[in-house]
Design a protein around this ligand. Structure first.
Ligand SMILES: Cc1ncc(C[n+]2csc(CCOP(=O)(O)OP(=O)(O)O)c2C)c(N)n1
Length: 275
């Protein structure tokens, strides 16, 4: 039986996002390591996709007609794990096993976990994988769509731009590349490490249809995904302006929260802010 998820009203999404953020900081604190900043910046993007836009079935993770979501920035695994658990792909209690030996919830995504399409962690590969999914849909005459989430730091990788050329070449209008443009990467601000601006113009020059949004705004994200579904004969690139560490004041826009877990006191403070 197909138990495909329902598209929720916009009004229900903020509560889900807050729950995901609580799960993210809690599981990172329990693990004692991991990546909060780039997980928190992508919460609204995943919430919109999984609870409003995508056709998927948590009881049947390999449903051939499911829309595909590829987390290319695999270090942001906690945002995907919390989302999948909230959808019902596996019990929320499993989130406490993040980064533990023998857990399916590894520090970087592993496709042994139900709902994870691609093992990731080595940056730059997800859009190429997504192109494979999009081409497969075309060959199999299926209508599923593929969404690939990348970081703006990740866009330093040359392979991203090879894929950015291939998508328009194959006229993959069933493909959406999303850049979580939080302006930070592992060592500092993206503009200082490797300036990728003007990001939107680059994707446009590579012949994708480009939409720029506030990546924390549910109506803007929803409209962008809905509009992308109407674009013909070219992929869409959604450039989502976000804040790294969004939702936790002391993590917001701070490079040191790229890859560090909160301690007990910091977790308490974070959870208070996310009540
Ligand atoms: C090929 C590769 N090079 C380097 C790294 C190390 N690394 C992990 S996260 C990261 C920064 C990524 O920045 P961004 O894509 O902007 O991620 P976000 O800020 O959204 O977390 C780097 C360089 C990696 N995982 N893979």
């Amino acid at each position: 039986m197909n138990t495909e998820t329902k598209s929720l009203p916009l009004t229900e999404l903020p509560d889900i996002a807050r729950k995901l953020r609580r799960d993210i900081v809690t599981m990172l604190a329990a693990a004692g390591s991991g990546h909060p900043g780039g997980s928190l910046s992508a919460v609204e993007i995943l919430t919109t996709l999984y609870f409003k836009v995508m056709h998927h079935d948590p009881t049947n993770p390999t449903w051939p007609d499911r829309d595909r979501f590829i987390l290319s920035k695999g270090h942001a695994a906690p945002v995907l794990y919390s989302t999948l658990a909230e959808c019902g792909y596996f019990p929320t209690a499993d989130l406490a096993t993040l980064r533990k030996l023998n857990s399916k919830l590894q520090g970087h995504t592993d496709h042994i976990l139900p709902g994870v399409e691609m093992s990731a962690g080595s940056l730059g590969q997800g859009l190429s994988y997504g192109i494979g999914c999009s081409l497969a849909a075309r060959f199999d005459k299926k209508s599923y769509r593929t969404y690939v989430l990348m970081g703006d730091g990740e866009c330093d990788e040359g392979q991203v731009w090879e894929a950015a050329m291939a998508g328009p070449h194959f006229k993959l209008d069933n493909l959406v590349a999303i850049v979580d443009k939080n302006g930070l990467q592992i060592d500092g601000f993206t503009k200082d490490i490797m300036n990728s601006e003007p990001m939107a113009e680059k994707w446009r020059a590579f012949c994708s249809h480009v939409i720029e949004v506030d990546g924390h705004d549910f109506p803007q994200l929803t409209e962008a995904f809905e509009h992308a579904a109407t674009v013909k004969r070219q992929p869409t690139a959604i450039i989502a302006r976000t804040i790294k560490g969004k939702g936790v004041s002391f993590m917001e826009n701070k490079v040191e929260w790229h890859g560090k877990a909160p301690n007990a006191a910091q977790l308490e403070q974070a959870l208070k802010e996310l009540e």
